[in-house]
Ligand binder design. Sequence first.
Ligand SMILES: Nc1ncnc2c1ncn2[C@@H]1O[C@H](COP(=O)(O)OP(=O)(O)O)[C@@H](O)[C@H]1O
Ligand SMILES: [Mg+2]
Length: 333
Amino acid sequence: MTAPTPTKAAPAVPASRPAATAARQGGRDGRGDGGSDGRRPVLLAVQNLWKIYARHHRRIDVRDPEAVARAESQGAVVAVRDATLRVRRGEIFVVMGLSGSGKSTLVRCLLRLVEPTAGRILVDGEDVTAMDARQLTAFRRHKVAMVFQHYGLLPHRTVLENVAFGLRLRGEPRRVQLERARAALARVGLEKWADRHPAALSGGMRQRVGIARALARDADLLLMDEPFSGLDPLIRRELQDELLRLQAELHKTIVFITHDLQEALRLGDRLAIMRAGRIVQVGRPREIIQHPADDYVRRFVRDVREAAALAGGTLRAAALEPVGAEGGSGLVP
Ligand SMILES: Nc1ncnc2c1ncn2[C@@H]1O[C@H](COP(=O)(O)OP(=O)(O)O)[C@@H](O)[C@H]1O
Ligand SMILES: [Mg+2]
């Protein structure tokens, strides 16, 4: 349980992330929601997505506010409320919000692990909401990979088998399974642990295995639901660095969920802030810090500013640079 984390995997990473960002296509240019990224294709589009936890939720007419209110008064929980967002290829898109704000529901809807009540989800132009069971299985096996907070490793299989598992499910030849699994483990610095079982690994290492497992599948879209939230702060930071390093090499499209604004600012090319099921603001970190859309966001930002002041004011200095005239508030229209 107390196996040391490999030191090799902790690269020298700057306090903010200009290096990692510059390695990415174009980096930040201080522009708004579109900016230079506007030329990159949209991989994931979520359109007016709703999820109401209730029996017969599909019968609720979400366009009728009274019908929604009535359902709520009868105990239904509106976990995602009319969410619209677009994630471009190659970006880390962070969804941030307090516990209970609907983040997990939103990300699970993307795979239909939770059935949406209304709205559309398009991945690479394919309508996930319209898929039948067979198409959905193929979609889950090939197009997306998910990393969970609680790792979800199979305890009786070796680290290597865990990483290869998704490839096995989709019927890749054994040789390909093992080759890719080994390569993915090497990427996260765990090749020496291939034949061990998850129980021999620390939390941080297990989550590296979770990441390797997702990478091995070579999916377009990576969904990460609070993957680092259970880890100690130092390990957590190490894994954030690791993710940025991997992203600079691999240019995945990542939807990263967190309740921690600092983590969000550190990792996100863009952030969506959720409150009570709604997306209340979308923007680049600097836009959100400079132009919080409402008091809810302002409170989050104030905490981060105070932490930065305590830490000597170095935290994400870049995020506090002036925004150009074209910056905009990043508010969802
Ligand atoms: N299976 C469920 N049935 C009923 N309510 C649920 C279910 N899952 C989540 N919820 C409720 O939906 C809301 C959003 O939850 P969740 O998506 O887990 O938020 P987060 O991930 O931001 O903490 C919460 O009020 C939660 O209690
Ligand atoms: Mg959650």
